[in-house]
Design a protein around this ligand. Structure first.
Ligand code: ZN
Length: 343
């Protein structure tokens, strides 16, 4: 009951890359960089284990950014000529690569870190991939038409590539494959109309556990400012959850603590496992076990106890490393307290 997991990313150590940035520059190159990525992965595997988390991730130490890390291994994308584009409905600007030809995988994307993760923990492992809709929102389309039909076509093309990599990750021994779809909370109608369908293509044929993470973004200023404009009740999930409840995806990761998401929306997820966000990634204040157990208690009104997983609201990548370590420990302690209280 109340297993614990992180959404995905964790801060990179200062010897690996710049810190507290969403697109940090690596500090090493070639073989040294490849080794340092795995060293950082090992550091976070052991930190998660020591904290007492049940599901362990690679902390996304091997990718510069959760979307572009995947795109770097895709043919048909021009990384040499990045362009500035407003993403997440123009919430903030990013330097994005351009799709200039049909997309195709160059080969395996995440084999090294997934196999390393499997080899270095006996606990359940989760591996994250960007979802198709979020990918098309984080790349400039110069090939598929640049319009809405093109966006759908491109999302389906990426979904096929994600499916290839997901099946390979499953063969590497990954227990849970999670697709990250922050774009679902921005384009709710599109998400319900074709985003979930694209997700199903990405997850096709998987027999391991499948998950989707839908959040209000990393704790960066642009996101925090945006949240200020969303009013007192954030009802975006209400448009997407019914479509997800009908889908084959088994776990849904939602933002909860310190958000204005009405907890009753979680009831719309039917029989899914719900990864309830009990850790705020936009604040350096460490949650107390009591606060975490309280959040779990609120969610229990709408999520059956056997379906509730305690999780972080989003990734912790841009945070201070020491803060992130303390938040992981708090997550495990809070879930343990909730087991005592509600067990
Ligand atoms: Zn997130």
């Amino acid at each position: 009951m109340f297993k614990t997991a992180i959404a995905g990313s964790l801060p990179k150590p200062a010897w690996l890359s710049e810190t507290q940035k969403l697109w940090p520059q690596w500090k090493l190159q070639g073989a040294e960089l490849a080794q340092a990525k795995l060293d950082a992965t090992l550091l976070w595997i052991k930190t998660q284990e020591a904290a007492g988390l049940d599901t362990i991730g690679d902390g996304e130490q091997s990718r510069q950014h959760f979307v572009h890390g995947f795109l770097e291994q895709v043919d048909g994308i021009d990384f040499e000529h990045k362009v500035t584009m407003g993403i997440r409905d123009n919430r903030y600007e990013a330097q994005v690569p351009q799709v200039v030809a049909p997309v195709k995988l160059k080969g395996r994307v995440h084999a090294a870190e997934a196999r390393f993760l499997r080899a270095n923990t006996s606990r359940k492992i989760k591996f994250t991939l960007p979802g198709p809709m979020t990918i098309v929102d984080t790349v400039a389309d110069r090939y598929y038409g640049g319009d809405k039909p093109g966006r759908i076509k491109m999302a389906m093309a990426f979904a096929e590539l994600l499916n290839q990599e997901a099946l390979a990750l499953q063969a590497d021994g990954v227990d849970i494959i999670q697709f990250d779809e922050p774009a679902f909370n921005v384009y709710m109608q599109d998400a319900a109309q074709w985003g979930v369908q694209a997700l199903e293509v990405a997850a096709r044929g998987l027999t391991c556990t499948t998950a989707v993470h839908i959040c209000y973004g990393y704790g960066i200023k642009a996101n925090n400012d945006w949240k200020q404009t969303l009013g007192n009740e954030w009802r975006q999930y209400a448009d997407i959850f019914p479509a997800l409840a009908q889908s084959s995806i088994q776990q849904v990761s939602v933002e909860c603590y310190h958000s204005h998401v009405p907890p009753d929306l979680m009831a719309l997820l039917g029989g899914k496992d719900v990864m309830v966000g009990v850790i705020d990634v936009a604040s350096d204040i460490i949650e107390t076990p009591e606060q975490i157990a309280d959040t779990i208690g609120h969610a229990l009104q709408f999520v059956p106890r056997q379906h509730l997983i305690a999780c972080t609201n989003c990734g912790l990548a841009p945070m201070d490393r020491a803060v992130a370590e303390k938040k992981l420990a708090a997550l495990a302690q809070g879930a343990a307290l909730a087991r005592q209280r509600y067990g």
